[in-house]
Write a new protein. Structure first.
Length: 586
């Protein structure tokens, strides 16, 4: 049984539309002319898609308090009965063609019906037959999803036959495994896990924005709300617009809420949503969301102007203003005369954010364009750090003229701040175990201490600044550009100089010590023994008589690799010569 309730007054009037057989109602949809479509579960020998004309109900007065159809005959029978012996999972009417609807058929696909012509049926074969949503701004496109898949399909209803399709579209269908009628296939729109929480759909709902073309929001079972901005794929230059189906692409996506990732905020996850109809498309799109705890909230889609501004910030090294000393992680500096034009999109966003949207004071932007007039910039926008450290950098950071000295000062500074924090153990885990660094001693021993192995101590040292949060721009610039700053100090092939450049890292310094000693030993053919060149060989190679993967490079032409006894004689002679040299020097 289908019940219709009057909600435009306090009458609580209702109407009952009976069915021949009792079964589950799985989808309902109204059109703009008063048609009601109801999708039912499958029953043999009976149609599952019923369409009633309920527009006649509006002609009757509001005096009937009980049964709205008490004296109305003939309206209880459906005007159309469609889809025999199938299960209807979703229904939507097209607003630009009120007599046309699309229905999701379980285990079959999608069917588009024109109620004026019973023989005009268009079928798209797919498993994505749930959560139908039509793009209000371009009703050629509609989206659907499957129960057990995290993906979304967007369809083009103009895909009536292959002759109307462009070569690019038929190529995508034939070669890219795109289903016929599809405009975009997204295999994974939401995050999914192994915990199915029963037999619920991975995607809870799809909604298109009424004010913006191609703006689709997807809500998952876990409360993830993602907004996709889609647009037509651009064809080759000179390509004429097609009257047939066209392909879409996603050029941007937005995560609207991250509480779904935190188990502790499970009660705050989003369970339902819809787009807010705004008085003007100049405003940023907004979503009204309902959370599991019963609270409502309005979320704004991130601004494209903010994205533009974000790209004007040199977030990654190398910083182009490093030589000039311009601020790091800050807006690009513009000439005062050019700044208002370069930041116009941002200032327009600022102006729109101060305009009331809801209530009697909402303005008419079309009749009063001064509402979004660009304000004069008295001060340029700035970038603020999130949760910066309150303590100032130590004097040793500024007094040091080398990158090694600055890094050493920053590591000591970070360790001191962590030790003063209330949650030192948790922060220490993110930065590496600070206990392994022996309480900030300047000269860290290369051997293992009581806290951990040599490798663990080295990793703790390198992790101290990598995971540090809240460093000032000046300090972060040194951390991000350490290699570049070392290169400016001539960190190249001079082992002695390189050892001093990396003096903040004893392990790297030790490697350069070894190279320097190896260079000294190899001077004047000091490591050539008979027909064998042992230059730059490590102790492991000598112990194991290993000359590398290409031993011939260490042997004189025509000679063979020494056997074990020859190795012993050569090494013994070398050690005896070294000992004699030391005695002579003494």
């Amino acid at each position: 049984m289908v019940n219709l309730l009057r909600i435009d007054d306090d009458s609580n009037a209702f109407a009952e539309l009976g069915l021949k057989m009792t079964r589950t109602c799985q989808a309902v949809a109204f059109n703009t002319t008063g048609l009601l479509a109801v999708g039912l579960d499958r029953v043999r020998m009976d149609q599952s898609l019923h369409v009633w004309d309920v527009n006649r109900l509006s002609t009757f007065g509001k005096t009937q308090k009980k049964d709205l159809l008490q004296d109305i005959g003939g309206i209880t029978e459906p005007k159309h009965r469609l889809e025999p012996s199938v299960s209807i999972s979703s229904i939507k009417f097209f607003e630009d063609s009120p007599q046309t609807l699309v229905a999701g058929i379980k285990a079959q696909g999608l069917r588009i019906h024109d109620l004026r012509d019973p023989n005009s049926i268009l079928l798209f074969q797919t498993r994505c037959n749930n959560n139908l949503a039509i793009d209000y701004a371009d009703q050629n496109y509609f989206a659907s999803s499957a129960l057990d898949q995290p993906g979304v399909m967007i369809w083009d209803r103009r895909a009536t036959s292959r002759p109307v399709a462009s070569p690019a579209y038929t190529k995508a269908v034939d070669e890219d495994e795109l289903a016929w009628g599809g405009a975009l296939r997204l295999d994974k729109v939401i995050e999914s896990d192994s915990d199915t929480e029963g037999k619920h759909s991975l995607i809870r709902s799809l909604r298109y924005c009424r004010d913006r073309r191609g703006l689709l929001a997807v809500l998952s079972r876990t409360g993830q709300l993602r907004v996709l901005e889609t647009d037509r794929e651009t064809g080759p230059p000179g390509t004429a617009p097609s009257d047939g189906p066209e392909l879409l692409s996603v050029w941007k996506s937005h995560e609207m809420d991250l509480s779904y990732r935190e188990v502790s905020r499970r009660n705050s996850r989003i369970v339902s949503f819809d787009w807010v109809t705004l008085p003007s498309p100049a405003f940023r799109p907004r979503l009204l969301v309902l959370r599991a705890n019963g609270s409502f909230e309005i979320l704004e889609k991130p601004s494209s102007s903010a994205d533009h501004l974000f790209k004007l910030i040199p977030w990654q090294s190398p910083h182009r203003g490093l030589e000039e000393g311009t601020p790091y992680l800050d807006l690009m500096q513009f000439e005062p005369a050019h700044a208002p034009d370069m930041l116009a999109s941002l200032t327009t966003d600022i102006a729109l954010s101060e305009v009331p949207i809801f209530g009697p004071q909402n303005p008419d932007l079309e009749s009063d364009p001064r509402v979004i007039s660009r304000p004069n910039l008295t001060t340029l926008p700035t970038v603020e750090l999130v949760n910066p450290l309150s303590a100032s950098l130590p004097d040793s950071f500024y007094e040091s003229s080398t990158v090694a000295g600055k890094l050493r000062a920053l590591r000591n500074f970070v360790r001191e701040q962590v030790e003063k924090s209330d949650d030192a153990d948790a922060v220490s885990t993110q930065l590496g175990n600070l206990k392994l660094l022996k309480d900030g001693a300047e000269d860290i021993p290369l051997a293992s201490n009581g806290y951990g192995s040599c490798r663990e101590i080295h990793e703790a040292l390198l992790s101290t600044l990598k995971g540090a949060q809240g460093l000032s721009r000046e300090a972060q610039s040194v951390v991000d550009h350490a290699m570049l700053l070392r290169a400016r100090e001539k960190y190249l092939f001079d082992a002695q100089l390189n050892r001093s450049v990396v003096s903040d890292d004893p392990w790297t310094g030790f490697a350069w010590n070894w190279i320097a000693d190896a260079e000294h030993a190899a001077d004047d053919a000091g490591m050539i023994l008979s027909n064998l060149d042992l230059s730059y060989l490590g102790i492991y190679s000598i112990w194991t008589n290993y000359l590398g993967e290409n031993p011939s490079t260490r042997l004189t032409p025509g000679s063979t690799a020494p056997d074990a006894s020859q190795w012993e004689r050569l090494i013994g002679a070398f050690l005896q010569e070294e000992l004699s040299s030391k005695i002579r020097r003494c």
